[in-house]
Each structure stands twice: as structure tokens, then as C-alpha cells.
Ligand binder design. Structure first.
Ligand code: 3HC
Ligand code: NAI
Length: 695
């Protein structure tokens, strides 16, 4: 293997360049390369060294692919110590991002120059670990315990100007990395500046009350997670220790996190998020262009999709039914953009330019003639969708991609309403569409490969997490959701309360339980789905009636101030409505069901068993390509806690035999609902996990 760390000299200056594409991760070869370069520098005549990187970024961190494998020396902490121990000054130049181990390497150097537009951060907690190469020790010594602890626990990326202000870096530059380093080094030489080790700086002061307040805030923001609080502990303990002891304590805590299942789950999420976008069958398939997007329907979803496209710099032509609806849709988009301006995410001039030049709103379908991709987001009705796709056939240019945002409907049937079914696919966004990262890309029977590839290209432009799905009722996410929600409804019929279920599910790590979610999405949505499915209902299927009662009473959730919860001034976020318990008790009495107790553990076990079982069916049927695709859908669209990795990763953690046993136990009460997935049974019998199918 060639050495990814180059060494050249320019007069008295040694230029050490890391070149390990794509992101200069500090894998073993890079670490060894830096060590060897430091040995040469120590021996050589050069008076100062500049460490910089080639390509799009400085070191993006430790090489995550090495995690969980036997350590290969030299370790990153050793490399950072070695840099710091040099007797001659070492300057680091940061461009792109210096993240995690990348920033730690920079902190090991004596001086730091940062290119404008670059960012630094310690994102380790998002991987379930803590900065383990001195980050929790050196950053507090450099900038103070609280600012450092805030950066470490929040994992946020600090922009260049702020990094300079905080003292993380010594100077900003608008030059290329090599030139920036040379210029700074020459300045140091001219001043005769010597080494300046962060490790020699005095321990940071500790404001116990402020640390306690931060700890409380971090715990509240990251329920269930251990990395953030452990990282804070490491920084706090180090503040009253020598650097050497602090580093040893950091290492010890780092190793405990490395061994935790949360680390495994977060790394699975990190790579899963990237892997879903890489479909082997699309390798080499060229997507069509995505510069101009047509959106039909400017309601909740169409408006959000329009905003997502506009914020990504695309041109949007939005079609509504009539003049009044056009004006309403335009006002809705303007309001959302205004929100972005208020939050500082969008400049007012940029917003004005978008509204003037990039957004066309009209009720004339002919305006769609130039669109590359047209996304339909009209009412969830097959008749309306077919009518719209019939019209598109007449107005869309040849080669335009025709997409539907349907939540459940059969996309093959929608595609058949056009003369060009190969151009049709599903692009299932999630609400709010400009915020939610998930995008299910639904491949219909006749979807052409380059049309599917165009869906992925659009997702990339919108910075979404795209997951390929096959056609079925609800695709991946909504299909699984219906099953675990039904499992919850059954538990309620048998004695649990919706509020207990919500509490148990939030304690598990979801931001909301299924009933709070229903209130947020609107009780009407679930009702309409049930109405649509009622005629298809199997006689053996258990069906709870009480959710429909809410709809009949006009209790549609948050938007009407009442659903399962009451939303008013007293409780804007909702409080349980005792009438719900009465409604459920009535139904139990009518059906002769004797309510029984459910423990929170049993609720989680059943809820997760239902989710895992349906997820296994979805993979077994090829609706999802791999278990990790399902995991990413639940993570990015349904609030599944990232630190648990997704339902199928979680299933592997608890053991498939155990999951199967839960399903079989539940099947003794209801063998229609609880039919074990063939794939789950097969994997359990073979002693394998879902992870073995991820490739
Ligand atoms: N290790 C190994 N591979 C990495 C990596 C890392 N630290 N960071 C990124 N990659 C890989 C990605 O998996 C991807 O591979 P692929 O092309 O095969 O899918 C490729 O590099 C490009 O990554 P992105 O698609 O994410 O590229 P972007 O340009 O969108 O983003 C980035 C660049 C902002 C650097 C982003 O990759 C990122 O956030 N990386 C992770 C940063 C991180 O978490 N660092 C901390 C690591 S832990 C650590 O340092 C421990 C230490 O304290 C001891
Ligand atoms: P909505 O009712 O808020 O908006 C639909 C819009 O379509 C209305 O503004 C209506 O005027 C317009 N419209 C109806 N017929 C039209 C036509 N022929 N031409 C032009 N415009 C027309 O509905 P929402 O919630 O935006 O849903 C739209 C689609 O997105 C549905 O298929 C739904 O299932 C799907 N979806 C909804 C999600 C949600 O959370 N609301 C999530 C994901 C998908």
C-alpha cells in the first residue's frame, strides 16, 4: 500500500500532506504515515512542520470501518501525543471539515489555521462514542470547559469565524491549504515562535452549577443515550486531573462506550444512511435531469415538496385546482420560507429571489411542459390520481419522470392511466416534506431503471435519505406502521390504555407514542385508511371500533384541539382525555372482553414483535431490498430511536429466537394477526441474524 502521507520541504518548512480519499479518514496507514513523518521531521533540518490534507477535506475522523476490529498501532491518541511532543512547532491547516479524530489531530498540533468556510466538530456522540484521542481533555484546556462540553455533547459543527472567536484556531485564511500553511509557518519563523502545547495549558476552571445545568439539559435532549453524558463526565473529570491521567480516564470511558450496543446501532445507522442510496442494479445507470420539478397539488405535501425543491435550488412549477387554491398554495410556501428566514436558515434576499424567479404557481397544466420530474400530491383517491395522470400524459414532455406521492395506493394502477408506465414511480415524501429526511422511492412493475435512478438523483439534490420500496399497500413504512399500530389497538382492547402505551413507547426511545402521533397526523387519516380496508377485512381479523368513534365525534386530533389527548391552554402539548378510557371500556363491555393488566415490558415486547414480524415480511417479499433499508425507513421517517439502530438491528440484538417466541405466545390468543414471517423463522432456525442479509 502506498503511504497516504507525503513529505516535502520548502526551505525550513516541512510540508506533510495527508491524501487518503474520499475524506482522509485517519485509518492505520494515515496514522503510521503521520508517525513516520514526525520521526523524519524530528531528525531533519526543517525548523517547522505544516500538516495539511489533499482533496475535499481535512481528516474527517477516525476510520469508522476499523471500529470493532482488533486495534492496529499506532493508535490515534498516540499520534496526537506524538504531534504535541514535537520539539519544533507543528502547524495544522484545516479545510473542509476537521471532525472527531480530525480535530483531535489538529489539537495535538501547536498552531491551527482554518480556511474560511471550513468547520470543526466532535461528532463522536452521534456514533455512540466519545472523542477518544484527547478531544475531551485538550479542547477544554484550549477554550474552557463549558464551551468545549457544549461542542462535544451537541456534536455540532463549528464554523470558521466562531472557531476563531472561541480560540480553537489561531487564524483564518482564504488561500489553498498548502499556501495557507506556508504563509502562517513563515510568520512563526519570522517571529521565532516556539512550540505551544495545548497539553501544557492550565486545567480549565469548573463551574459546578453550570456543568450540572448542562448535564440536565443534555440528559433531557438525549433520553436513553449514554454517550453524551459519558463524554461530559470525561471532560469534567479531566478538568481536575493531569493531562496524562485525564487521557487515561478518557480512554477508559471510550472503551466502555465502544463495547456498548448503542455504538453498534449508531454505526449501523451511519453506514445504513449511505448504503440505502447505493443500489447495485443502478450502478452505471445514468439518471435523467432534475433541474425543473412540477408539483401537482399544493396542500400539506405538495407545498412541503415545493419548498424542499426550492431550497435545493430547483425550479418549481406548482399546479392547483383553481385560482383560489393557487393563491393559497403560494401563500403557504411563502409562509414556510418566511419561517426559514426567521430561523436564520435562509437570507431574505434569497427568499425573494426564489419567489420571484424559481416558483411558478398556476392552475394551467400546460405550464408543466418543461418539467423534468412531475410529482403528484393531490387527494388520496385512485380516481383523482388517475385523472391527473391522464392529463399529464398530454402535457408532460417525452422523457419527463412522472411520480406520485401516494401513501398507500397501487402505483401500477396509477401508471396504467398513462401511455408511458416506464416513466412512472412513487416518490413518497414524509410530512413536513421540507424537514423529514426519508424519501421512499417506489419502483412499480414497469418503472425503467433510469427513472428509478432519477428518483435517487432527486433525493440526493434534496439531501434526503432515499430508500427503494416495492409496490404494496403502504410500501415499507406505512405498511409496517399499520401492523404495530394494530398490535397497540389490540392491547388496548384487552386492557392497556392508549396513554400507558404512549408512555411505554416514549420510554423505549420514540419521541412520541402511536396515539400522540395519530393526534398529530390527524385522526381522519387513520380513519380513511380503515374505511378503505374495511371491505377487504378478513372475518378472523380483530378490529377495534373505538378509534372510529373519535372521528365520528369530530375529534380529529391536534387540529381540533381534541383527539386522544386534550390540547388547550392548560396543556398545549396535550393531556390524556379520560373520556377515551370510558369509550374503550364501553367497547370492552359490549364485546365481553375482561380487561387485564399489561406491564410496560409486555407492551414493548408486543409492539416490537409486531413491527419486527411485518418488517421481516416486507424484506422476505422483496418490498424492501435488505433489512437495513427497513431500519433506515423507521429511523428517518417514524421516530425509531437511532441509538437502537432500527427494528431489525434491534431484533438481532435481542435474538431472533426470543422474538419468534413472543410472536408464538401472542399467536395463542390470536393466530390470525400473529403469523410469524417465514424469513424470521428461517433465520432463527439457522441461528443467523437479519444483519447477515445486509451485504
Ligand atoms: N471513516 C470511514 N469512512 C468514512 C468516514 C470515516 N470517519 N467518514 C466518511 N466516510 C465514508 C462514507 O462512508 C462514504 O463512503 P461511501 O462513499 O463508500 O458511501 C464516504 O466516506 C464519503 O462520505 P459522505 O458521503 O458522508 O461524504 P460527504 O461529503 O457528504 O460528508 C463528512 C463528508 C462531513 C466528512 C461526512 O462523511 C461525515 O460526517 N463523516 C463522519 C465524521 C465523523 O463522525 N467523525 C468522527 C469519527 S469517530 C472518531 O473520530 C473517534 C475518535 O475520537 C477516536
Ligand atoms: P391535502 O388535502 O393537504 O392537499 C391536496 C391538494 O391537492 C389540495 O390542495 C387540493 O386542492 C389539490 N388538488 C386536488 N385535486 C387536484 C387536481 N386535480 N389538480 C391540482 N390540484 C389538486 O393532502 P396532502 O396531505 O397534501 O396529501 C396529498 C397526497 O400526499 C396524498 O396522496 C397523501 O396520501 C399523500 N401523503 C400525505 C402525507 C401526509 O402526512 N399528509 C404523507 C405522505 C403522503
Amino acid at each position: 500500500m502506498t503511504n497516504p502521507v507525503g513529505y516535502e520541504t520548502e526551505g525550513d518548512i516541512a510540508l506533510i500532506c495527508i491524501d487518503n480519499p474520499p475524506v482522509n479518514a485517519a485509518g492505520q496507514a494515515v496514522r503510521a504515515g503521520i508517525r513516520d513523518a514526525m520521526a523524519r521531521f524530528a531528525e531533519g533540518p526543517e525548523k517547522i512542520a505544516v500538516l495539511h490534507a489533499a482533496g475535499r477535506t481535512f481528516i474527517a475522523g477516525a476510520d469508522i470501518t476499523e471500529f470493532g476490529k482488533p486495534p492496529m498501532p499506532p493508535g490515534l491518541p498516540e499520534v496526537c501525543d506524538l504531534l504535541e511532543a514535537q520539539e519544533k512547532p507543528v502547524v495544522c491547516v484545516i479545510h473542509g471539515t476537521a471532525l472527531g479524530g480530525g480535530l483531535e489531530v489538529a489539537l495535538g498540533c501547536h498552531y491551527r489555521v482554518m480556511l474560511e468556510g471550513a468547520r470543526v466538530g466532535l461528532p463522536e456522540v452521534t456514533l455512540g462514542i466519545l472523542p477518544g484521542a484527547g478531544g475531551t481533555q485538550r479542547l477544554p484546556r484550549l477554550i474552557g470547559l463549558l464551551p468545549a462540553a457544549e461542542i462535544i455533547t451537541s456534536a455540532r459543527q463549528v464554523p470558521a469565524a466562531e472557531a476563531l472567536e472561541l480560540g480553537i484556531v489561531d487564524a483564518l485564511s482564504d488561500k489553498a491549504p498548502r499556501e495557507a500553511g506556508l504563509e502562517f509557518a513563515r510568520g512563526l519563523l519570522a517571529r521565532g515562535a516556539g512550540v505551544r502545547r495545548v497539553g501544557d495549558m492550565p486545567n480549565p476552571e469548573v463551574d459546578e452549577a453550570a456543568v450540572a445545568a448542562l448535564r440536565e439539559k443534555v440528559a433531557r435532549a438525549n433520553p436513553g443515550q449514554i454517550a453524551q453524558l459519558t463524554a461530559l463526565k470525561s471532560a469534567q473529570r479531566g478538568a481536575s486531573m493531569s493531562l496524562r491521567d485525564g487521557l487515561a480516564e478518557e480512554r477508559r470511558l471510550f472503551m466502555t462506550l465502544m463495547a456498548s450496543p448503542q455504538r453498534g446501532a449508531m454505526i449501523h445507522a451511519f453506514f445504513g444512511e449511505r448504503k440505502v442510496a447505493q443500489l447495485p442494479e443502478l450502478k452505471g445507470v445514468r439518471p435523467r435531469s432534475v433541474g425543473e420539478v412540477g408539483v401537482i397539488g399544493g396542500g400539506t405535501m405538495g407545498g412541503g415538496i415545493g419548498v424542499a425543491c426550492l431550497l435545493a435550488g430547483l425550479k418549481v412549477v406548482l399546479i392547483e385546482r383553481d385560482g383560489e387554491s393557487v393563491a393559497k398554495a403560494r401563500a403557504g410556501i411563502a409562509k414556510t420560507l418566511e419561517g426559514s428566514v426567521k430561523r436564520g436558515k435562509l437570507k431574505a434576499e434569497k427568499r425573494d429571489a426564489i419567489l420571484a424567479d424559481k416558483l411558478v404557481t398556476t392552475d394551467d397544466y400546460a405550464a408543466l411542459g418543461e418539467a423534468d420530474v412531475i410529482i403528484e400530491a393531490v387527494f388520496e383517491s385512485m380516481d383523482v390520481k388517475k385523472e391527473v395522470f391522464g392529463k399529464l400524459d398530454a402535457v408532460a414532455r417525452p422523457g419527463a419522470v412522472l411520480a406520485t406521492n401516494t401513501s398507500y395506493l397501487d402505483i401500477n394502477e396509477i401508471a396504467a392511466a398513462t401511455s408511458r408506465p416506464a416513466d412512472v414511480l412513487g416518490l413518497h415524501f414524509f410530512s413536513p416534506a421540507h424537514v423529514m429526511r426519508l424519501l421512499e422511492i417506489v419502483e412499480a412493475d414497469k418503472t425503467a431503471p433510469e427513472v428509478l435512478a432519477t428518483g435517487f438523483a432527486l433525493a440526493k439534490a434534496l439531501k434526503k435519505v432515499p430508500v427503494r420500496a416495492g409496490v404494496c399497500d403502504g410500501f415499507i413504512g406505512n405498511r409496517i406502521l399499520r401492523v404495530y399500530r394494530t398490535a397497540a389497538d389490540h392491547m388496548v382492547l384487552d386492557g392497556a390504555s392508549p396513554f400507558q402505551i404512549d408512555r411505554a413507547i416514549t420510554a423505549f426511545g420514540f419521541p412520541m407514542g402511536p396515539y400522540a402521533v395519530a393526534d398529530l397526523a390527524g385522526i381522519d387519516i387513520g380513519y380513511l385508511t380503515r374505511q378503505r380496508l374495511r371491505p377487504l377485512k378478513d372475518p378472523r381479523e380483530r378490529w377495534a371500533d373505538w378509534p372510529d368513534r373519535l372521528y365520528e365525534l369530530g375529534r380529529l386530533g391536534r387540529k381540533t384541539g381534541r383527539g386522544y389527548y386534550i390540547y388547550d391552554e392548560q396543556s398545549p402539548k396535550g393531556r390524556p382525555d379520560p373520556e377515551i378510557d370510558e369509550m374503550i371500556a364501553e367497547e370492552r363491555a359490549r364485546r365481553g372482553i375482561a380487561a387485564r393488566e399489561f406491564s410496560d415490558e409486555e407492551i414493548i415486547e408486543r409492539y416490537m414483535a409486531a413491527m419486527i414480524n411485518e418488517a421481516a415480511k416486507v424484506v422476505g417479499e422483496g418490498i424492501a431490498r435488505r433489512p437495513l433499508d427497513v431500519d433506515m425507513v423507521l429511523l428517518f421517517g417514524y421516530g425509531f430511536p437511532r441509538w437502537r439502530g432500527g427494528p431489525l438491528f434491534y431484533a438481532d440484538q435481542i435474538g431472533l429466537e426470543k422474538v419468534l417466541a413472543s410472536i408464538e405466545a401472542a399467536a395463542r390468543e390470536d393466530d390470525f394477526f400473529w403469523q410469524p414471517a417465514q424469513l424470521l423463522r428461517q433465520l432463527a432456525e439457522e441461528g443467523r441474524g437479519f444483519g447477515s442479509l445486509n451485504g
